[in-house]
Design a protein. Sequence first.
Lengths: 480, 480
Amino acid sequence: MEQRTYHMSPEEFRRLGRQVVDWIADYYERIESYPVLSQVRPGDIRSRLPADPPAQGEPFADILRDLDEIIMPGITHWQSPNFFAFFPTGASFPSILGDLVSSGLGVQGMLWATSPACTELETHVLDWLAKAMGLPEQFLSTSTGGGVIQDSASSASLCALLAARERALDYRGNLHGLDGRLVAYASAHAHSSIEKAMMIAGLGRENLHLVAVDDSYAMRPDDLARLIKADRAAGLTPAFVAATIGTTSSNAMDPIRALGEVCRREDVWLHVDAAMSGTAALCPEFRWTHDGLELADSYCFNPHKWMFTNFDADCFYVADRAALINTLSILPEYLKNQATESGAVIDYRDWQIPLGRRFRALKLWFVIRHYGIEGLQYHIRRHVELAQQFAGWVKAHERFELMAPAPLNLVCFRHKAGDEFNERLLTRLNESGELYLTHTKLDGIFTLRMSIGQMYTEERHVVAAWEKITRTAAELENEG
Amino acid sequence: MEQRTYHMSPEEFRRLGRQVVDWIADYYERIESYPVLSQVRPGDIRSRLPADPPAQGEPFADILRDLDEIIMPGITHWQSPNFFAFFPTGASFPSILGDLVSSGLGVQGMLWATSPACTELETHVLDWLAKAMGLPEQFLSTSTGGGVIQDSASSASLCALLAARERALDYRGNLHGLDGRLVAYASAHAHSSIEKAMMIAGLGRENLHLVAVDDSYAMRPDDLARLIKADRAAGLTPAFVAATIGTTSSNAMDPIRALGEVCRREDVWLHVDAAMSGTAALCPEFRWTHDGLELADSYCFNPHKWMFTNFDADCFYVADRAALINTLSILPEYLKNQATESGAVIDYRDWQIPLGRRFRALKLWFVIRHYGIEGLQYHIRRHVELAQQFAGWVKAHERFELMAPAPLNLVCFRHKAGDEFNERLLTRLNESGELYLTHTKLDGIFTLRMSIGQMYTEERHVVAAWEKITRTAAELENEG
């Protein structure tokens, strides 16, 4: 047969790979010149793309040109130091390089045998992080539990809920014909993924019972205990509590120890979602947020948020790996192999929803080794200092006010002129392109969120943001 | 405050990025020198890693050294042209570069507003593929449906099952207190992810009813119709059928049109999983496998298998996007924005399990533009030709036999000496490191799978594999 190829050769890849690396370096060097929030309108990007795919291959230079001309205007710059919206998602250069190696190797980590290093480095690096963060013993792979990388805290929380559901149902995997209802608990400030997980698991959103919060928007253990008691009295089966270390709205810290004591007493699975704030536990002075975690059944945090690791990388830990594996394991003939049958290895496909998996431990390994724990701590502390500084400015300003405690690096604040004014303020700030903020509602009040965790954010960016906010507010005040 | 940084500078990234690009090019140039299946034993890799993470950062050269010395022996080389195991997972250079740009941009595509280009390019490229593959109109974004990138066919099938469950339950999102049981259907040859999805969705593995197969291991529409009728008579609610275009075990082609007619008549959701073989539809002569797809409610295929795109990239299409969105949408205050409220945009977080999402359309865009449809077709046709050639050799050999039809690029075969002999043959072949094959069981018989779809597999690799197989079999025969 004829031997032909449309593949890019390794030599071309060397040349074009350098171009792309330089393109990325250039991007970071000029990133502050872009409007942070993309200013395009719906349909703008698609309207510039050809209706049909190319029949013949095109030169790589054309793709890079269109990347600049068509795609870049539609980018919201999450890696800009002026990105203060949502929670950040880090993409440090070491993590990009780790991920590039992962792309290059192109291995699957669904079974130990399909690339032993992919599984063993993952187990090892998750143990490293557990040690560096002072996580309790039960989450180490050398105990009854262990860690696994998930794509996101949403998926980790879903896996936790499923394992809790199955533990409560003795692993029958089926909700049909149950005598009682299973119920779960969280505060209204828990991440929306908990409610979504309830629906996916077939448990129903209405069976997520909302626990009252205190003045700092943290879950009240006494209310949790009360609800569980009432639900049991009503013939329901309490099965799952989702607590949060650092809620999305306001960075509230649910009191893990007191909640854990209730859960232990009531034999209810306690899952702790520390997606954003978990990384803070690398610094001993912030570990108070994790106090009582030894009472939890599962825990997750996202290095892809605040640990300078590009999406996706959520670290999910369970205290009892058997509960998770019993929930998610299915072994068809075509995946059977000697290593699995020996029982001496971990097959991570049994720890997650999908079968396939990327070699994501590489980027964590690159990040931890490049920064060292010391380097990670330094930048986390800087972000917290900057947020505290910002909170001080808000407090000292006569027209602005803080809307919630700022325990770490998220500041909830607003102008005193009311919801409509703050909505206009937010729109005008984001349209300026100079910074990007998002909002929430606290006790029904429209609240601005200043989220400081983008890797390259320095004091000058926070100073400029505050100046822009106060100046724009003054303009709006003058406009009446 | 002191200004310090542990971050890698853009200049360092330029230098080290080139090193990593060269490392990958070198890897591909020498990939045939590695044993395809890693030969390490459980624990070998971990035992070489330090027990604790580094307190201080380390030079990048040390990381690359350990990558070579510690990690590489634990790699099973999925990108080797001698990889004939499972199904392949492509990682072409253009896809690696597209993914590198995605890592560099580090944007989130959960909402249109969080990077409009991420959403619009995804919608557009999925429409491109639908057109190039001749998929029915209902899967285009311009109709009632549309496409979305999922991490894997497992997740796509789960989303399809959830939408089917919810359509059957009028979107109540809750299985408690149902009158009847919901049931689903697949053949025993459907992917294991269907059974896993049943458990995740709370429907129970035992409510996946197995439809009989014909001689080619394809689902029998008459048996499906019979089962549905019997289940309805028993008071159950048939809700979901999972058909497969190219089963994992033997590449069997379920007859979509006939199955679809049963599903339409019975008002049951038809999901079609073409994870591996879907890519073949890029070639008109292989589109018979997709005949009747206009009767399906959802469809998925994996460019990360056979379309030279690195994991993860599953393209998932639905005919009725409202059913999917009604199933998975939750909108907390902190995600509200003007674009979403206008209704003029797609927010892909409502089309998937997790909230966060990478800019994965970039790598598809790079692949399609680099190869053109012509280039993709060329390599797919070559793989099919090579598999047909291999099947011919098996048929012509007196000691080997085909175990199933080989419609495309998977050949199921075995030596006539029985299960135990074939198991020993497989072990010896894989231990040689010269190639990697996996097995399945067909009608209880241990069967070898020759899966030809790795990008760089050429005629010489298939010839060498067959020589190695027959030579090793002869050795084993002589050993008695």
